[in-house]
Design a protein around this ligand. Sequence first.
Ligand SMILES: [Mn+2]
Length: 283
Amino acid sequence: MLHLSRSDSHFIAADSAYEKSKAVIVGFPMDLTVTGRHGTGSAPKMIRDASYLLETYSPAQKRDLTDLKLSDIGDMELPFSLNESLEIISKIAHAIIRDNKKIISLGGEHLISLPIISEIQKRYKDIAVIHIDAHLDMAESYLGIKLSHASVMRRVSEIIGMENIYQIGQRSGTKEEWGLPGREALLYPFDLAGMEKIVDILGKRAVYITVDLDVLDPSVLPGTGTPEPAGANYTDLVNALTVCRSLNIVGFDIVELAPALDISGASNIVAAGILKEALLLFI
Ligand SMILES: [Mn+2]
């Protein structure tokens, strides 16, 4: 039985009060610097809607979302101004981190990760980022714009250091991005051995994971603005996240879903499924 009437309020089973929650889901429906096809603004709401098509129990993990202390504070209202939007995201991230809760953000476009990671770095000085994506997102600028979803990891590198960004799943980028000094050593093939290497290196460090859903093959998730063929399948991605469960994950985000680009709605369900498994793994 569907419960779509409840879906405006929270992701399935994410119904704990904020004060009692261990982790907080928040939607940042920003869609301002997208370079391909737009449409990420409706993603958080559509992920919540799709979550009611799933069971709260995961047979693979033998865990149930209803056992987690999880709250969902809904979507933050963001203005058209990029700088103001980034400022609002910073403030929300700051408050959640200050309250000792894990922050789980739903994009929106990938640039939302920048203010979140920036706030996390203030609290966890040795933060490392695992960047799961089809794209390097390491451009110095895109069409003259430095704050872009195509340059988000370059901007993150200026805050936490290039050597602290571990990239996995990438198969697209410019010659300049691929040629960045030291980058190749931090690029890992999208397989279990690749992720296991990253997990071994990171040990007990604080880790933030950013999942750009275009890491998936367009046949698995067509609902994204800049799809890239030859990507991962759903099970690859869940297995890769499962390898990360031993890490000290302080937050994660899921970005770049563009629901209107997949009229079947399947992409929304894929995204909701990834979020469900990630919550059960990391919270
Ligand atoms: Mn991407």
